[in-house]
Design a protein around this ligand. Structure first.
Ligand code: GCU
Length: 630
């Protein structure tokens, strides 16, 4: 996974990929040369636990719907003075030259608490989508010969980063981390960091323009100055292999990355792996897992302190060891088949006006409702990579995770740049989270219409996910099951052949005019000897609206009846290995504007403030029985 390759080489690499016949022999996971142009310049694995200085907190923000901060009124490049990313203190400049005219002043713009979407800064920004300028001034930490990286947990959707008036880089994608080496770009005092975040979606972005969830534009996850030694541990992948070994792939970055001694220790297991990096700064180590290893599982979410040292650098992480595989139509965790008792979840905190502030407390509140409230063991983090706060919380609480990138509905499957953007997202997601035992499924998309272009697009992503991480299952949520006639459905989708687990979204009894009696009687067929999970089913209900007689849609009574009928149907599907019904809680969706919804998708089993609807108890009771707890 090398970086900074010349652009030409990356174009070749992409064309090579594009030309690669679908599912040729996977590139060796150890040498992802084919993906060199797609993996992030800096992985900074475990960055959230590394030494660093937080830049989260108050930032100035300045809205710019007509992009006046990027070009003049005729669209021409500005002279430096009007570019909002310029290294100017407008207040000082205006004092120095009272005749100077500035149409903006970031230094005296309103303040917002970062991370969090601009939806939460001001009611006027409720439906704003476009360009927002952020500014933070800070003194540099003492470098002491170290490297300093500026790392963003996420910014939705596209970010351009200016440091002291210079563009230091850009990032596309609203849900994965990105970092820039700023070691030689910082000044001791008063660094002027300006970030232009553009939330605009187009038919070519991932996700495309139309989705069924709120666009939470802005700097939505933590911003940190991460310090490392000159040569540091940029990436490691530490896991239990199917043949019972603890394996560690370690990649160093920096001038002294070659021939460097590396140690990976798990003190509680008295395990020490040692080796020396090659010329490329990488080394792969492994040893038979000690007999005393307690495997991670939802029932026993055991995490071990793992320390990786190399030269002057050392990292400490908390890692669970488990295996996940499929066998016929079963999902096998640590050698035993299990049923995924799950629910889907958008990245939104409980509350009447969420702004995607996912603190550990917010994440724990959501996941505890799944684990304890529903007796669940699984969560589908829809439809995009959620915060690392949440994947670490799943590690801690013991919830298996389906992690997904937002290749959603009518993405542009024919555009190579769109495919490259999706490939970068999946690489950034995998390289961030592949040490999280909870994550067991990488999903490459949701409800994408079948076409040759779509099959190639998602097949390429599935291949890449498999190549970057052969230890997990690859899936996608499909809504392409076909009806053979009344109440008789078959799974038919060319993409299913390339997935380890087939995700199926089904809404009979909610969308369309099928009755709940039809739902009960529906039988499913699959020609694939693979596990299927219901990645979605659901019905809307406004909390507190009851209609026991009429069972009107959007009543709690109908939602509960829908769940009972769908669960009855599910019980008759022999190749069903789990489910993640749609969805834990009501969530913001501008597409949902009828009387009962008013801007919320109300398929939640909980209201947006966490009030439990009748259906919550229907599913919870079903899962308790599934778990053998009653
Ligand atoms: C779709 C889609 C979800 C959407 C849901 C719904 O299947 O995957 O993003 O919110 O159905 O209609 O509520």
């Amino acid at each position: 996974m090398r970086r900074n390759r010349p652009v030409f080489a990356s174009i070749i690499a992409t064309l090579m990929l594009a030309a690669t016949p679908l599912y040729a022999a996977p590139a060796s996971p150890a040498d992802n040369a084919a993906y060199a142009a797609l993996v992030p310049a800096y992985v900074l694995v475990n960055a959230d636990r590394r030494e660093g200085v937080s830049l989260s907190g108050p930032w100035h923000y300045s809205v710019d719907p007509y992009r006046d901060g990027q070009a003049d009124f005729l669209g021409r490049p500005f002279k430096v003075s009007q570019t909002r990313g310029a290294d100017i203190n407008v207040e000082q400049a205006s004092r120095d030259n009272p005749n100077a005219l500035y149409e903006y002043d970031l230094g005296r713009a309103p303040l917002a608490d970062i991370p969090g979407s601009w939806i939460g800064y001001d009611p006027q920004l409720r439906y704003y989508n476009g360009l927002m300028w952020y500014q933070k001034r800070f003194d540099a930490p003492a470098a002491d010969g170290k490297r300093i990286f500026l790392r963003f947990g996420a910014a939705d959707y596209r970010a351009t980063v200016y440091l002291n008036g210079q563009v230091i880089g850009e990032h596309e994608g609203g849900f994965t981390p990105f970092a820039f080496d700023v070691t030689d770009k910082l000044r001791a005092k008063d660094n002027n960091l300006v970030v232009a975040v553009d939330s605009t979606r187009t038919p070519d972005t991932i996700p495309p323009t139309v989705t069924d969830w709120e666009t939470y534009g802005g700097i939505t996850r933590d911003v940190t100055l991460v310090t490392t030694p000159q040569t540091y541990i940029d990436d490691d992948f530490i896991r239990l292999t199917k043949d019972g070994r603890i394996a560690a792939d370690v990649a160093l970055e920096g001038a002294d990355k070659a021939d460097q001694a590396v140690e990976v220790s798990v003190p509680a297991l008295k395990l020490m792996l040692k080796g020396t990096t090659g010329a490329d700064g990488r080394v792969s180590l492994s040893a038979k897992a000690p007999a005393g290893l307690k495997r991670w599982s939802p029932d026993t979410p055991t995490l071990y302190d793992v320390r990786v040292t190399a030269g002057a650098d050392s990292l400490s992480d908390r890692i669970g060891f488990r295996t996940i595989e499929v066998k016929g139509s079963q999902i096998i965790l640590n050698g035993k088949p299990l049923f995924l008792r799950g629910i889907s979840l958008h990245e939104e905190e409980f509350g009447p006006d969420p702004s995607r502030r996912i603190t550990p407390e917010a994440s724990r509140a959501l996941l505890t409702e799944i684990k304890t409230g529903l007796h669940g063991n699984f969560v589908r983090l829809a439809h995009y990579p959620h915060s690392e706060v949440t994947t670490r919380m799943a590690d801690e609480l013991g919830l298996l995770v389906w992690s997904e990138i937002p290749v959603y509905w009518s993405a542009n499957f024919t555009r190579p740049e769109t495919l490259q953007a999706a490939q970068k997202m999946i690489a950034e997601n995998i390289l961030r989270d592949r040490n999280r035992a909870a994550v067991v499924i990488w999903s490459v998309g949701n409800e994408t219409p079948i076409s040759d272009a779509r099959n190639h697009f998602l097949g390429t992503l599935a291949q890449e996910a498999h190549d970057l991480d052969g230890s997990r299952l690859i899936s996608a949520a499909l809504n392409t099951a076909t009806s053979n006639g009344p109440n008789d459905i078959s799974i038919k989708d060319p993409l299913a052949a390339y997935l380890d687990v087939i995700g199926i979204n089904t809404y009979n009894g909610w969308y369309g005019n099928g009755t709940l009696e039809d739902v009960r009687k529906t039988v499913w067929h699959s020609d694939y000897d693979k596990p299927m999970i219901f990645s979605e089913f659901g019905a809307g209900a406004k909390y507190g609206y009851h209609d026991p007689a009429q069972q009107h849609r959007f009543s709690e009574d109908y939602q509960a009846s829908y769940y009972k009928a769908t669960l009855e149907m599910a019980d008759h599907i022999p190749f069903l290995a789990g489910m993640s019904p749609w969805i834990l809680k009501d969530f913001r969706s501008p597409r949902r504007q009828n009387t009962w919804q008013q801007g919320w998708n109300r398929k939640g089993l909980l209201s947006e403030t966490g009030q439990r609807k009748q259906a919550f108890f229907v599913l919870g009771d079903y899962y308790q029985k599934k778990a053998g707890e009653k």
